[in-house]
Design a protein around this ligand. Structure first.
Ligand code: DOR
Length: 441
């Protein structure tokens, strides 16, 4: 069984809104895809002759937004080892449903992806499915234990697009320095989960007035800021490429902005949930809102949105972290951190862009060209001659987040049972249709 299906010989989009800031596009135009390749882009591209062609599938109207398909820098697909939460098949189906053609997957699997063998197994499995492409991120340290560096050359050769101990921070300055130096020799980006564990022991949520009121141990902002500040200095000293995963604080934003202004090779990502939710969501002790790093305060959300808008934060990454009811239907202190995200990007963020709360061009860039560059991938683009990798959003169609509509095996999201207007209806990856709202999945 495969996810990807060959596209019909002719797909025509007429009078749709096409958005690809990296091709200078935002307007009502036509787009023609022949045998999985974008052949014509522009006003009048859908000629009457093409529209009459036998077997043509036609999409029309400016309620349809066409963008390059998305690239996720940060997802947990749980295979190998925790397939009851998610596996590569269900994870890539969820990705396709969310508009993604490329998914970079974190190494905190069981076993940890710290070897060529695990990297190769993941790549092989994904390839056989012909769905969105999977790109492994290898571990920085063996077993993500924070001490011994992995064989990064092996990981890279097997297909790793970066290294990270995500879920754990590389707290030792000496290990982080060596990791940056070593990764630099293989041109790999080091992705840090910035958390000083000494400051977050036993923490359940963001440290602030609400954690105090709820009587829960807090995770202070400074636990993230300290690591980002130190790492920026190490990145400067080593000349390596450094990327901050799931930025959550206004302090980190300030440090990253300053580092970029000094020309240091630092990049950063933010999740949809840190852009939309605050620690107030924990007032009902909802375990779906327990996430690492934690949901912060409105001032942080505002700083993250501003940083995304001005490019200080390069990319939007989902941190798709599926957990089953075993890990979530329990006391907050026992619950695992994380929420699903692959299928929520369009409903959550494109609605905000439509309302003017996020700049649309930056949103598309942060989901396509910028993460591609960070992962060293060729960016999906609405350009003639490219194999089609597109996401089609119907801005009038609504979606309710529930078992019937979500492809992920897990439903750990605080948006459960909420209805959003605007959803992905078609995704193409490598010229194939990997999600089609009009076909049974
Ligand atoms: O919330 C999170 N969940 N943050 C992480 O860093 C890890 C992730 C997971 O693997 O569940």
């Amino acid at each position: 069984m495969t996810i990807g299906k060959n596209a019909p010989p002719l797909l025509i989009f007429t009078g749709v809104r096409a958005i690809d800031p990296n091709c200078g596009l935002d307007g009502e135009i036509d787009l023609v895809i022949e045998a999985g390749v974008i052949t014509r882009v522009g006003k009048g591209a859908a000629t009457s002759e093409l529209l009459r062609a036998e077997g043509a599938r036609i999409f029309s109207g400016n309620h349809l937004w066409v963008t390059p398909a998305f690239v996720d820098l940060h997802a947990h697909l749980r295979e190998p080892g925790q397939e009851y939460k998610e596996d590569i098949l269900s994870g890539l189906r969820a990705a396709a449903h969310g508009g993604f053609a490329h998914v970079c997957v974190m190494p905190n699997t069981r076993p940890v992806n710290d070897t060529r063998a695990v990297t190769e197994a993941m790549v092989e499995r994904a390839r056989s499915l012909e769905g969105p492409a999977l790109h492994p991120i290898g571990a920085i340290t063996v077993g993500q234990k924070g001490s011994e560096l992995t064989e990064m050359a092996d990981l890279k050769e097997a297909g790793a697009v970066g290294v990270s101990d995500d879920g754990r921070c590389v707290t030792s300055s000496a290990v982080m320095r060596r990791a940056l130096e070593y990764a630099r020799t293989f041109d790999l980006t080091v992705i840090q989960h910035a958390e000083d564990h000494a400051l977050t022991e036993g923490a359940q949520m963001h440290e602030g007035a609400i954690s105090t009121r709820l009587g829960l141990r807090g995770w202070p902002r400074v636990a993230e800021d300290i690591i980002v500040a130190r790492d920026v200095l190490l990145a400067e000293a080593t000349g390596a490429r450094y990327h901050v995963a799931h930025v959550s604080t206004l302090g980190s934003v300030r440090i990253i902005r300053e580092a970029k202004s000094r020309g240091i090779a630092v990049t950063a990502e933010v999740t949809p949930h840190h852009l939309t939710l605050t620690d107030a969501s924990l007032i009902g002790y909802d375990t779906a809102c327990k996430v690492n790093p934690p949901l912060r305060e409105q001032a942080d959300v505002d700083a993250l949105r501003a940083a995304l808008a001005d490019g200080t934060i390069d990319a939007i990454a989902t941190d798709h972290a599926p957990h089953s009811s075993l890990e979530k239907d329990c006391e907050l202190a026992e619950a695992s951190p994380g929420m699903i995200g692959l299928e929520l990007v369009v409903p959550l963020l494109f609605g905000m862009a439509k309302n003017g709360e996020l700049p649309l061009a930056r949103l598309v860039d942060a989901l396509t060209a910028r993460p591609s560059k960070i992962a060293g991938l060729e960016a999906p683009a609405l350009r003639e001659g490219k194999r089609a990798e597109i996401c089609v959003i119907d801005t009038t169609r609504s979606i309710t987040i529930n078992r019937a509509n979500i492809r992920s095996k897990s439903l750990n999201t605080p948006f459960l049972n909420q209805t959003f207007t605007g959803t992905c209806v078609l995704t193409m990856a490598a010229g194939k249709i990997v999600f089609d709202q009009n076909l049974p999945q």
